[in-house]
Design a protein around this ligand. Structure first.
Ligand SMILES: NC(=O)c1ccc[n+]([C@@H]2O[C@H](COP(=O)([O-])OP(=O)(O)OC[C@H]3O[C@@H](n4cnc5c(N)ncnc54)[C@H](O)[C@@H]3O)[C@@H](O)[C@H]2O)c1
Length: 400
């Protein structure tokens, strides 16, 4: 196939516009022929961007349903707010278009099942654009695990640690969706940046699965103080209680015995981190000090002077970088979250062009998104354990 594949992008806020600008317009096989947002100015800005990059001006619309009937469009990228990802995805799948959907969590288990059912009825693939699965370290760890360097993985943890107080509190001015979520909900609202790579390491939905979780949320202080100090002229926010706890901890148990701890930490002062740790029978990886401790290479007597190893992950790149990253480094890493944004999109483009399945598929998407709805239920019941549905209906046992 020589001609470029025609795409539409829906949702042109910070993420959608940023993806076009930093990564997607550079893709040699993708052409963005339609752009959509409910805000006209965002549609125009994106169309201008595409034109300035040297392409034909795309079709512009504020109604995504216009794109459903555009027959020449083979695939859509959905970068809208969390509330409409699933319904919109299903509409496009039913119209026969491959869907790539940005990350977020589900409101209910029913909508996750609807997504799975739409795929099983149409066989049109949907891929969650979980860029963090394609991080350099995350992929190197996959490679090290396959080569036996880590031994067996026993426990992993991850954090979505990102001070979002400004984005949330100024949500009205920024026309951003997070504010209403933090006012009304109390849950692990953003599980997939951590869970995605961990699920890949643990072969979730491919010989292993998530079986139960318990989630506890702390009290909510960060946003209240931030509004008092930075936005005390906002009468609505000054008189509102934020339901979202500052820290939520979600502990998940897997069918093959591993445990996973996910922490959401978005409303207190802190540095950005996804806080990945991998505890395995032969090694420990810790993102926050960027270190790997490998049995045999690091001795028992180093236990109390491990600061000497902080930052040593880079020593392992040459030997253990994933082949995908080796090629990417040679070709030149693109902008956007240290290159991950382009890599995940590239995987999607390849699948669309080959007419094949996608690497982060509907079962992964439903499972990962379901954590938000289930954590909500667990928090509401005082941290009670909640069963995680098997969205594969038993296929996980033999899926590769
Ligand atoms: N993978 C990552 O690293 C990453 C980073 C940032 C954001 N995101 C995800 O990207 C998505 C968007 O985030 P954002 O920060 O750009 O939010 P945003 O609020 O800035 O943008 C969302 C856009 O979607 C538009 N929209 C909402 N409903 C629509 C509809 N029915 N039709 C057309 N347009 C609609 C809104 O008008 C808005 O412009 C979220 O799912 C978020 O979680 C992912």
């Amino acid at each position: 196939m020589n001609s470029k594949t025609k795409f539409a992008i829906i949702g042109l806020g910070a993420r959608g516009y940023g993806l076009l600008e930093m990564a997607y317009l550079e893709h040699p096989d993708a052409l963005f022929v339609a752009v959509c947002d409910i805000y006209e100015d965002r549609v125009k800005d994106a169309a201008d961007l595409i034109e300035k990059a040297g392409f034909d001006r795309p079709y512009e619309t504020t109604n995504y349903k216009d794109i459903i009937s555009m027959e020449d469009i083979e695939a859509v990228v959905i970068c809208t707010s969390w509330d409409n990802h699933i319904d919109m995805s299903i509409e496009f799948m039913r119209a026969g278009k491959y869907v790539a959907c940005e990350v977020g969590g589900a409101h209910s288990i029913r909508e996750c099942w609807k997504l799975v059912e739409a795929y099983e009825e149409t066989k049109v693939p949907i891929m969650m654009l979980e860029n963090c699965v394609y991080g350099r370290d995350e992929m190197m760890l996959m490679n090290m695990l396959e080569k036996g360097v880590l031994g067996k993985v026993v426990h992993c943890s991850g954090t979505y640690a990102h001070d979002l107080r400004d984005e949330i509190a100024f949500g009205k001015e920024k026309r951003h969706y997070r504010l209403e979520n933090y006012i009304h909900r109390n849950t692990e609202n953003y599980p997939t940046h951590e869970l995605g790579p961990i699920a890949k390491l643990l072969n979730i939905n491919r010989g292993n699965r998530l079986i139960s979780l318990t989630c506890v949320a702390s009290k909510s202080v960060g946003l209240r103080e931030y509004v008092n100090e930075n936005k005390n002229d906002d009468e609505r926010l000054m008189n509102i209680n934020f339901n979202q706890g500052d820290i939520t901890n979600t502990l998940i148990k897997c069918a093959n015995g591993e445990t996973i701890l996910l922490t959401l930490d978005t409303t207190l002062p802190r540095y950005y981190s996804r806080g990945l740790t991998v505890h395995a029978s032969k090694a420990l990886y810790t993102e926050d000090n960027h270190s790997i401790f490998i049995e045999g290479e690091h001795s028992q007597k180093d236990h109390f002077k491990w600061k000497e190893y902080w930052g040593n992950v880079t020593d392992y790149y040459e030997e253990y970088d994933h082949h995908m990253w080796k090629e990417y480094l040679q070709k030149g890493v693109k902008k956007g979250h240290d290159g991950m944004d382009y890599l995940v999109f590239d995987e999607f483009v390849k699948a669309v062009r080959a007419g094949s399945e996608v690497p982060i598929d509907v079962y992964d998407m439903a499972t990962w998104m379901s954590i938000t709805a289930l954590a909500d239920a667990s928090i509401s019941n005082g941290g009670q354990p909640v069963y995680i549905p098997d969205f594969t209906n038993g296929k996980w046992i033999n899926r590769k």
